[in-house]
Ligand binder design. Sequence first.
Ligand code: NDP
Length: 284
Amino acid sequence: MAQLINGKEVSQRVRESVRAETEAFKAETGITPGLAVILVGDDPASKIYVGNKKKACAEVGFNSFEHILPAETTEAELLELIEKLNADPAVHGILCQLPLPRHIDERAVINAISPKKDVDAFHPQNVGRIMIGSYDFLPCTPAGVMELIHSAGISVNGKNCTVVGRSNIVGKPMAMLLLHENGTVTVCHSRTKDLKAACLNADILVAAVGKAKLITADMVKEGAAVIDVGMNRDENGKLCGDVDFENVKEKASYITPVPGGVGPMTIAMLMRNTLTAAKLFNRG
Ligand code: NDP
């Protein structure tokens, strides 16, 4: 039976360390880290995420600046706001909640955020720096997964790692971070011919797909560590991951639950990135 990796506890520890570091940073520099969060439109899930980010900022001692814009906001208006925030010395991190309405080019918006304030690490300059292993920020969700792996004392070195999903936000950077720690990494996606074989080969399996219970027990190697990034609703409307938790936990050595696994880590890592951005600002 697998040991549970408790994301709530680990994220609380990360937040606590960010809070303590922030206190010391403020005392030393007089700077309060500030995070600007932009939301365009009124997607209910996005509204909840934005609210949670605001709460997390208050908890660690940051200023937060919310910019809730109507769905009809034009791309030019949004880019203008980003320019203002780029120049604002009270704002150290800028996050634009995705997805954006269809009439706005997501890539143009990501590219407009100053790489020094890009706490999501989506800007091409930051993505490139992650590729070469020389970065200031890591994308929050993959960074949170690495933190969970470390918290459980799991070494990636030399392990077979399979990442299911290849999005720019999760799958691709996840694969890169595992590679940086000397994992032998396989990345799977919707065109992968034999997903089961790739998963069965994994000592560390990360599922980031968005399909409820796609990863079943017969796809998991005995003793594997299984990290579930997915956030889905099951047939009863209950939150669940990409992994068939009840059955996979009997085979894995470590497993993350949904909820209470990777989810809470994402915001904790965002707080860490915002503090890093404030420190970069202070260095000039
Ligand atoms: P995307 O939809 O951008 O990417 C999904 C990936 O899964 C794609 O690469 C796709 O392949 C692949 N895929 C789809 N179907 C299959 C299949 N049957 N077999 C193998 N691969 C498949 O999603 P995200 O990466 O943004 O998110 C993934 C999941 O993680 C979602 O449930 C999301 O809600 C969750 N999430 C959770 C976060 C958290 O904080 N816990 C943060 C971010 C995301 P292809 O490229 O070929 O289309």
